[in-house]
Design a protein around this ligand. Structure first.
Ligand code: TRP
Length: 353
């Protein structure tokens, strides 16, 4: 097994994850997210986030906790639901405009993907790009990343892949193997599909994109999938499907808290609920307590009234102009926008001004 270590963003050496054929580099805070530290200790910042989130008036949990191995699988299942138009529409858009998008991106692109998951949409891009210089998939689930990279290596034997297991909402270092060449490569591109940007509040989305701009630097680009505001009934069905996959995905966050963070939630006594908030153009995902109950969370007792909810995720919906405004605040200029004929979804190509 490879035993090399790498300096991360904080300058601390940490062992790489290894599989038989490649290494996965851990980001600065991977251990803090339970990827390699199954028994977190006090002061662990994810644990602090959990306790803080459950102490407020509206209880909350950080949505990155969704994506353990089981959650990543359930999310893939959501993406295949007919009610979840998001993935299907974005993939179709990528396929329809692949040539145009690849032509815009040009030859020799070094592609960094935020939240690569199963890299399904990326395959469309990789199949059309002119001799990409490399691909850096970043994902919070190391297990999922290993599976995905294994498949990609087979499908794109000539492609240099530098996987990074990291929480992209926190500072992270690019793998040393790409760091130098990335800043020298004139064609630096971040790919951020799936409308994951919608899962952040507007100020957080702006900060995240500002961080992306500082990574790709002037002339660097961001190709980003953004879900569009639409009929609330369509949204309701997309986030509360008839098979209950989304409900299971949402409740899995409590299963994970019990397993990895020593909590004792009675998972069956919480129900999934999706609410469309027209004023903020967003779907809110909640877990509703079906009874008055308590749960032990990191040694503290948390009390739930009947009907009280834990907010687990926002999914903001944009218009072309509300999104362009945020992009500009983050230091980007709009270069191209692609949309499906029904105007369900949009893909923006932005460039750092
Ligand atoms: N980025 C996805 C979205 O906002 C994430 C997502 C889809 C999601 N369905 C969900 C998150 C259900 C929580 C619950 O569309």
């Amino acid at each position: 097994m490879v035993d090399s270590t790498i300096a991360n963003a904080g300058g601390i050496s940490r062992s790489d994850w290894t599989s038989d054929e490649f290494k996965i580099i851990s980001g600065a805070n991977a251990a803090a997210n339970g990827l390699s530290a199954p028994s977190p200790s006090p002061g662990d910042s994810t644990m602090d986030e959990i306790v803080r989130g459950l102490s407020g008036r509206q209880k909350k949990l950080p949505s990155k906790l969704f994506y353990d191995e089981r959650g990543s699988q359930l999310f893939d299942d959501i993406c295949n639901l007919s009610e979840y138009y998001v993935t299907r529409t974005e993939t179709a858009l990528m396929e329809s405009y692949a040539d145009e998008i690849a032509a815009e991106l040009g030859a020799g692109a070094m592609l960094i993907e935020y939240g690569s998951g199963s890299s399904t949409k990326t395959r469309v891009l990789l199949s059309h790009l002119d001799r990409p210089a490399g691909y850096v998939p970043i994902d919070i689930s190391a297990e999922h990343l290993i599976k995905t990279v294994r498949a990609l290596k087979r499908e794109y034997p000539g492609l240099e892949i530098h996987p990074l297991a990291a929480d992209f909402t926190r500072p992270f270092a690019l793998p040393a193997s790409v760091n130098g060449s990335f800043s020298e490569n004139p064609n630096r591109v971040i790919y951020f599909p799936g409308s994951t940007i919608g899962n952040f509040e507007k100020h957080e989305a702006t900060d995240l994109m500002r961080g992306m701009a500082s990574i790709v630097k002037k002339g660097g680009r961001l190709l980003i999938g953004v879900d569009l505001d639409k009929d609330p009934e369509v949204l309701q069905r997309a986030y509360d499907d008839s098979l209950g996959v989304t409900a299971e995905f949402n409740r899995n966050i409590l299963v994970r808290l019990n397993r990895e963070f020593g909590c004792n939630f009675d998972v069956d006594q919480f129900e999934h609920r999706a609410i469309y908030d027209a004023q903020h153009s967003r779907v809110e995902m909640h877990l509703v307590s079906l009874v008055p109950q308590t749960a032990t969370v990191c040694g503290k007792t948390v009390t739930f009234e009947i009907g009280e909810t834990i907010l687990t995720e926002y999914s903001h919906k944009y218009t072309i102009s509300t999104f362009t405004e945020i992009a500009e605040q983050a230091g980007f200029q709009s270069r191209r926008v692609w949309m499906d004929p029904e105007e369900l979804f949009s893909i923006h190509l932005l460039e750092v001004a």
